[in-house]
Write a protein that binds this ligand. Sequence first.
Ligand code: ZN
Length: 358
Amino acid sequence: MGILDIVKPGVLTGDETRKVFEYARKNQFAIPAINVTSSSTANAVLEAARDVKAPIILQVSQGGAAYFAGKGLNNDQQQASITGAVAAAHHIRTVAKAYGVPVILHSDHCAKKLLPWFDGMLDADEAYFKEHGVPLFSSHMLDLSEESKEENIETCAKYFKRMSKLNIWLEMEIGITGGEEDGVDNTGVDNSRLYTQPEDIYEIFDTLSKIGPNFSIAAAFGNVHGVYKPGNVKLHPELLGKHQTFAAEKLGGKDPKPLFLVFHGGSGSTKEEIKTAVSNGVVKMNVDTDTQFAYLAGIRDFVEKKIGYLKTQVGNPEGADKPNKKYYDPRVWVREGEKTLTVRVKEACSDLGNTDRL
Ligand SMILES: [Zn+2]
């Protein structure tokens, strides 16, 4: 039995997302969540998933969503981030089925100050739900990890009630992911906050599971966004196993892994760390920094190699009157970035055991 015996190709609902995550947790693999910022990057990620026969998660950050709509738009009220997220969702919905893979369509970190963005996306989900009976997105992330635990849980519960009615998955974060991403700088936070405690995880599970089953927790276990030289923070994916055990005991021990866990700041981690995280119930791992670099690589190498064909519209090393259109056409050079991005996404799938799963 594969994923396509459980769900259909295309963008999934929250309930369908849970079925896929249950399957992944049971079979000990995780699905990479790749940040996309354009139709080009989205298509390349879908192409990779199709080639390795796997489900995939596409996500937009608040900044990435604004970029999708266009950097030239005003975003002072999050209007470009809302418009861009909706545009990305419609694009991905339209093409995903053609690639034949199940897609979890997700929005990345939303901190307290960005809640207007979240509200705007939920309005769009609601409107789409009214018309089609399914939400626009599969899943959204709320990240109130910078606030107190009480406020974090309360805010998540409030939003989760609205999201559950719309069949949308919630990802929440507790504890802090170090490093810097999308304008949030956590490079200087206290080390203890970088490791979440099992009691806190259970408190969240207890509160949210009373509202619905469709949620996951991004627990901090020393994760850092971005790729840095090894520093004073160490990744401890074995802590995730303790969260599972603690929750399992509280729940009577029937299910040894009751939690759906998410791995943030996965770029640059070792294969061994990834394996431990997945064996402890991580079903989603975010990959952004490494795929950004991969997208550049193809374009950079093409420009370097073909520089003599890119300086003028006519005239290259083969002759002064030779046209260069077949080198400067964006379908040529942007495509080179798509190819290297696709290779990197396939590698992420393979690292997480997410291949030949359809
Ligand atoms: Zn993250």
